[in-house]
Design a protein around this ligand. Structure first.
Ligand code: NG6
Ligand code: CA
Length: 514
């Protein structure tokens, strides 16, 4: 096992040449068609795995992958929460450009509307079989929402995925059922599902009124319908035979992901595998419970590591390792108390979920959006680390390039071809990228510098104990010398601040590429 502990270099070259990549969406004469697997963890922090420096927990499967692949120190999701982050990864468009891309309720209609070109349709167009397994959180169904008791239209199958097996929203939101293709799995038609995010459904007990029925209690929010002894966000009744068991979610979805890989071993495939781990409620399978020193949050990290191991094993056992690019990353940064009393705070010890970064999930600081990112493709990507600036939003254009396609004109406006960065052939990376915090505030990173837009709002989220990055004064940080964003140097470098602010304004108003 290879471990990069203490071996991370966070510095990157000061701004290099303007990338030619943005223009590089023309046809590739010798396209390659490796299988692609993106494993997207939920709320996994930059410091939560041992190959990124964690010492309180060991993640041998992910570390092994990093030891055989390329570990990014400066890779980012676009947004500090799930829905906008996933929206950007799949569409190649910054979520803050579109209304209705905030954290989705469990009954939200499809946010990515049918026919939209996505990373999946890019692969489908290249002859791939495409699948998504795990957390969706991008809405399902037409305006008015999904028909949970019938055919669920306006889902992944309408935006380029051949197959889906979904947690419709999040583990902490109703409906607590799996959806396979267009149907709720295991639904008894005589016990139809009703979902409400406004009015309580009086037939079902809530955590608010019946705390005595709970096996895990909320710390904030999460006091509505009780499913499997855990109260959720939203109200739900019916569908008893279809309800998931939280402790089995990782086994179920990992199994479905492995089945998809096995079934499609002979065709190039694209699999987007989005785990529930390590989001709340953290109820890992009993074989992981108590196995870390950090309570359920740590145990969920071990379970996530197990899932990664199972996927890699399936690929290796089928003899597909040289033909398969595997990516491990996260949808946003870490949170310790995200609404349930699960001992995460009490048992954290010295562990730093965001590693050396400031803030976490929801935050405008880098802890919100700089994430673990590891890519393995034996024989094609050399093992090592890279400090190149990279964004998940670039996967779409980069994969278009890889598969020899031009990006359709209106597709993925913010996705740049960074294939050479992704594969470690170039260490230059993007010239700049935009980060998006949960209150809508934007940050811009360009080279070593980062600004955070000024604006109102609390500096600390008291529920989650996360520094939001909000400030009414301009903020400018030098990430090369101050990765932890401790020293706001805007006042002494007002020209630099203004330069980045101007660029951010340009990016906001158009598809400003480079
Ligand atoms: C918040 C929830 C939090 C989590 C988050 C979405 C409360 C009090 N907090 O509103 O628990 O569900 O939404 O997380 O309800 S995400 O990773 O899917 O973006
Ligand atoms: Ca998340």
């Amino acid at each position: 096992m290879n471990n990069f502990k203490g071996n991370l270099r966070f510095a990157r070259n000061s701004m290099g040449l303007i990338s030619l990549a943005a223009a590089g969406i023309s046809c590739n004469p010798t396209p390659e068609r490796p299988n692609i697997i993106i494993i997207n963890a939920d709320d996994l922090g930059y410091g939560d795995i041992s190959c990124y420096g964690a010492t309180s927990i060991s993640t041998p499967n992910i570390d092994r992958l990093a030891g055989e692949g390329l570990l990014f120190t400066n890779a980012h999701c676009t947004s500090a929460t799930s829905t906008p982050s996933r929206y950007s990864l799949l569409t190649g468009e910054y979520a803050w450009r579109r209304k209705g891309t905030g954290i989705a309720t469990g009954d939200a209609p499809a946010i990515i509307t049918p026919g939209r070109i996505t990373i999946a349709s890019i692969f489908k167009n290249a002859g791939y079989v495409t699948g998504v397994v795990g957390k969706w959180h991008l809405g399902l169904g037409p305006a008015g929402g999904a028909d949970w008791n019938g055919e669920i239209m306006s889902g992944p199958m309408d935006i380029g995925f051949d197959y889906n097996f979904l947690i419709p929203a999040t583990g902490d939101r109703v409906p607590c059922v799996f959806v396979e293709n267009r149907r709720v799995v295991g639904l008894d038609p005589n016990d139809p599902i009703t979902v409400s995010f406004s009015e309580p459904l009086l037939s079902e007990p809530t955590g608010k009124d019946h705390p005595e029925l709970l096996k895990m209690h909320p710390s904030h929010g999460h006091d509505m319908t009780i499913v499997n002894g855990v109260s959720r966000i939203g109200y739900m009744s019916g569908g008893k035979s279809a309800l998931w068991i939280d402790e089995d979610i990782a086994d179920v979805i990992t199994g479905k992901a492995v089945d998809f890989i096995k079934k499609n071993r002979n065709s190039p495939f694209f699999l987007y595998f989005a785990t529930h781990d390590i989001h709340v409620p953290r109820l890992p399978h009993p074989r992981f419970a108590g196995k870390s020193t950090m309570g359920p949050r740590g145990d969920a990290i071990l379970e996530f590591d197990w899932s990664v191991g199972e996927i890699v094993k399936a690929v290796n056992d089928l003899g597909l390792s040289d033909k398969t690019m595997i990516i491990v990353t996260s949808d946003n940064g870490p949170v310790v108390d995200d609404g349930y009393k699960d001992d995460a705070v009490e048992k954290l010890g010295d562990h730093k979920p965001a590693g050396p970064l400031r803030g976490g999930k929801y935050s405008a600081f880098d802890g919100g959006t700089r994430v673990a990112f590891i890519v393995r493709w034996p024989g094609k990507i050399k093992h090592g680390t890279t400090d190149a600036l990279f964004s998940q939003i670039d996967l779409m254009a980069s994969f278009a390039k890889l598969t020899g396609q031009a990006m359709p004109p209106d597709a993925g406006p913010d996705s740049f071809d960074e294939l050479n960065t992704l594969t470690g052939k170039s260490l230059t990376g993007r010239e700049w990228l935009v980060e998006h915090s949960s209150n809508g505030r934007l940050s811009l990173i360009r080279g070593d510098w980062k600004i955070i837009e000024p604006g109102p709002g609390p500096r600390l989220n008291v529920n989650t104990n996360i520094e939001t990055g909000n400030d009414t004064v301009p903020q400018l940080y030098n990430l090369k010398t101050d990765l932890g964003e401790k020293n706001n140097v805007a006042a002494e470098n007002i020209e630099k601040y203004n330069e980045l602010t101007d660029l951010l304004e340009k990016i906001k108003t158009g598809n400003y590429r480079n």
